[in-house]
Design a binder for this molecule. Structure first.
Ligand code: GDP
Length: 298
């Protein structure tokens, strides 16, 4: 269905044609557990998480005859249990402007996600200012302006090559003068030169803190679900660069790799603020653990 992650259909592959008949029972033996574990790994859940989920599933069921339906429900329950604690929307504070730093590799969906979030906040009556902090990529700035127009939110830009920290400073000043509720700062995502990127983000944070020593209030890492296990590496890298406070997972529409979210939750426990389920402005959904688990298990 639209608005939902499309990651399903795992179980049919274990039970084969029998899955058409959910009442058919087979003993839950090592073979079945192994097939299940393989499928979870195929769905990008990662080896460790897949092993843990499978072990939990076997508890109290091993050797019993189980139906597809029973396994499906138990698996969904296990997954939802892991995801429950991380399903948390971006927290909103009384602080004005609340500074949200948005980080992630180029192409992950930062610009799009900022546009979608700005639109949601705007619709909820929150005034937003966007800072186009990837000042080296003219296309990124243009794209952000397009999203700002769509969302009805002002976008602060600066000539190509301007120091992003100086733009962030000016944008904070404007946001404060305007009485804006939120300042969302887009950042560069060139991982090719990690030292430069680290220095650039550190400087943005340093400079923003001259205006508000409690900022940034959120550092949101945007991850592309289609990169699968690579998303785990990106969390590790960005945690070294910035104090990541939460995640948005994009492109969960039409990928079979949604299991990576389970691996992320299991390994890092970072809040998942929202999921991207398409390219349009309304294609950003709150993360719902039960719906996600149901979609993943099919
Ligand atoms: P950035 O370089 O990180 O700012 O990435 P962009 O926001 O420019 O997004 C890169 C591409 O991914 C664009 O073509 C977007 O339309 C697409 N995109 C972003 N989010 C989603 C999503 O949730 N689903 C889909 N299908 N595409 C997305």
């Amino acid at each position: 269905p639209p608005g939902q992650p499309n990651t399903g259909g795992l179980l049919g592959r274990v039970f084969g044609r029998q899955s058409a008949a959910p009442v058919v029972r087979r003993p839950l033996d090592d073979d079945m557990l192994e097939s299940l574990e393989d499928l979870l790994i195929t769905a990008d859940m990662g080896v460790q998480t897949a092993a843990r989920v499978t072990a939990n599933l076997a508890e109290g069921r091993y050797g019993r005859r189980v139906s597809t339906q029973e396994i499906k429900e138990a698996l969904a329950e296990e997954i939802a249990r892991i995801m429950e604690p991380v399903a948390r929307p971006l927290p909103l504070y009384a602080k004005k402007p609340q500074v949200v730093l948005v980080v992630g590799v180029n192409g992950s969906g930062k610009t799009t996600t900022i546009g979608k979030l700005a639109s949601q906040f705007n619709a909820a009556g929150k005034s937003v200012v966007i800072a186009a902090g990837d000042t080296f990529r003219a296309a990124a700035v243009e794209q952000l302006q397009v999203w700002g127009d769509r969302a009805g939110v002002p976008v602060m830009t600066a000539p190509q090559g301007t120091d992003p920290a100086s733009l962030a400073y000016d944008a904070h000043k404007k946001a404060e003068e305007d009485g804006a509720d939120l300042l969302m700062i887009d950042t560069a995502g060139r991982l090719q030169n990690r030292a430069d990127l680290m220095e650039e983000l550190a400087k943005i944070i340093r400079v923003i803190r001259k205006r508000d020593e409690t900022a940034p209030h959120n550092t949101v890492l945007v991850l592309d679900a289609t990169t699968g296990q690579n998303a785990l590496n990106q969390v590790e890298i960005f945690q070294k660069i910035a104090d990541v406070s939460g995640l948005v997972m994009t492109k969960l529409d039409g990928t079979a790799r949604g299991g990576v979210l389970v691996a992320l939750a299991d390994r890092f426990g970072l809040p998942i603020h929202a999921i991207g389920v398409g390219e349009q402005i309304d294609d950003l959904s709150p993360f719902d653990p039960e719906e996600f688990a149901a979609a993943l298990t099919g």
